[in-house]
Design a protein around this ligand. Structure first.
Ligand SMILES: [Zn+2]
Length: 140
């Protein structure tokens, strides 16, 4: 069965098959980014991403054999993010994590939803959807 979403390694740009890699983020770096943000006097994480000078920590896709895992990471094996439903389910799960606001999780989803804006790696749709009739709330 074809998956709705594919994973492309950020290092070698090859597809990551089930069992061969992960989607992960450095949670310690996300904590540091948010701590630095708080030190500016801002407490509203909702505007963290929209503020100049902030650097959300990027989620990365990699083969186990490519790159190196952060010391403190949230790691999702690629076989667990193969559908839109799974991506939504992870969003609900991750929303309880205090460090999520310091990452680019929602940018990752945006790139998957709108592949024209996508990089060449990451979590991407198996088949780009037709966005000519609209975008938000118009998944086909
Ligand atoms: Zn790789």
């Amino acid at each position: 069965m074809a998956h709705e979403l594919v994973a492309v390694c950020d290092h070698c740009l090859e597809l990551v098959q089930d069992g061969d890699g992960v989607l992960e983020v450095d949670t310690d770096a996300a904590d540091r980014a948010l701590r630095a943000w708080r030190e500016t006097g801002s407490a509203d994480y909702a505007v963290f991403h929209a503020s100049a000078g902030t650097h959300p920590v990027q989620w990365a896709v990699r083969h186990h054999s490519c790159g190196k895992a952060p010391s403190f990471a949230c790691t999702i094996t690629v076989n667990r993010v193969r559908s839109w439903t799974a991506l939504l389910d992870w969003s609900v799960h991750l929303s309880s994590k205090h460090w999520l606001a310091g990452t680019d999780w929602f940018d990752l989803i945006d790139r998957a939803l709108h592949p024209r804006r996508a990089a060449v790696s990451g979590i991407l749709p198996q088949s780009p959807r037709d966005t000519s009739r609209g975008s938000v709330g118009d998944l086909t």
